[in-house]
Design a protein around this ligand. Structure first.
Ligand code: 173
Length: 325
């Protein structure tokens, strides 16, 4: 090593050991963040606690600049924006970014909770896949324990939807079509109008949240049981993540696990939503016995099959992570 290089290295090492370099980074990092769900509604409510938690922490080594929800960016563009660094962080469900990561919404079919995924190393495998294919760090997995349902304005007496038009996202398409229904994709912001105008006879949505945008006014029935597990992730652009200090990454990971623990509230929230829907006059069409089994089996089979047909490689990899012993 020549003298000049040695001297530079020494100064660099001294700055790092004094904490000046990391300190400079820690002082300046602010993560531009968007959500694909309306602020103040059911789906993002734990994510908003996470934002509050960080905001109220005077010692937090990161700050979050929350730009907004669907009014700031169309929900189906959020995945792309976090992937290419237009934003640093995003709250978004896998079904909204299947063009960035084909078959991502296989996450809804997981047999394991986020906690189990982490304990068994499967979470890291998911993170690897999201990094490789989408250039994001999958930070946190929210809404596990919340379940998807079909809501209808026409009664049905078995698991079939012949002649009915359903508002869907990629979460429900394969299942709705397997039951003979017609599928029409819309973002959540267009559901109310589609119902009001009778353009659709029903829609897919989790048990939580149908009151948030007034859909209860145009909902006569809910189909039980619910199916799959809702997944909404917190994603961080990979370049942003790589440029954080260890302290900043550890901090966010710790808060992510805290956020995932809030998924434990979902049983109680689901029960409250069911009660509220009943009170609003929404009748339950409940499949029992064989119909119930067939309904649930079809939900999983139809989706795995569709995913395998359309994206064989990713589906095989995801099925191994999410659905194998
Ligand atoms: O129905 C939807 O828009 C959808 O796919 C979804 C996913 C996660 C949470 C809420 C809705």
């Amino acid at each position: 090593m020549n003298d000049k290089l040695r001297w530079t290295t020494t100064i660099g090492a001294a700055l790092v050991s004094l904490g000046l370099v990391t300190q400079a980074a820690a002082d300046t990092v602010t993560l531009r963040t968007v959500s694909s769900f309306n602020p103040g509604t059911a789906i993002p409510h734990t994510f908003e606690k996470f934002l509050e938690e960080i905001k109220n922490d005077a010692d937090a080594p990161v700050q979050i600049n929350f730009i907004g929800g669907p009014e700031a960016m169309p929900p189906f563009q959020v995945g792309n924006a976090v992937s290419n660094g237009v934003v640093d962080m995003a709250f978004v469900t896998s079904a909204f970014y299947t063009s960035s990561l084909p078959a991502a919404h296989a996450l809804n079919l997981t047999r394991f909770s986020p906690e189990e995924l982490r304990e068994t190393g499967r979470f890291e495998q998911l993170q690897e896949m999201w990094r490789e294919q989408m250039n994001v760090h999958y930070l946190a997995y929210t809404n596990y324990g919340n379940r998807y349902h079909l809501y209808l304005n026409e009664p049905i007496d078995g698991p079939e939807l012949n002649g009915l038009r359903m508002r869907i996202t990629p979460v429900y398409r394969a299942f709705v079509e397997a039951m003979g229904g017609e599928a029409a994709q819309t973002p959540p912001g267009e559901v109310y109008t589609a119902l009001e105008r009778g353009i659709v006879d029903g829609y897919g949505w989790p048990i939580q949240g149908i009151f948030d945008l007034g859909w209860n006014e145009h909902t006569r029935y809910r189909v039980d049981p619910g199916f799959y597990h809702v997944e909404v992730g917190v994603l961080v652009n990979q370049n942003t993540w790589d440029n954080l200090t260890d302290e900043q990454r550890d901090y966010l990971t710790e808060k992510a696990i805290w956020l995932e623990e809030l998924n434990g509230l979902n049983d109680e929230i689901n029960a409250e939503e069911e009660r509220r829907q009943a009170e609003a006059g929404i009748e339950v069409i409940e499949f029992e016995g064989e119909d119930r089994e067939r309904f649930l089996e079809m939900a999983y089979e139809a989706q795995w099959e569709r995913l395998a047909q359309e994206h064989a490689e990713n589906t095989e990899r995801l099925r191994e992570i999410l659905d194998s012993e």
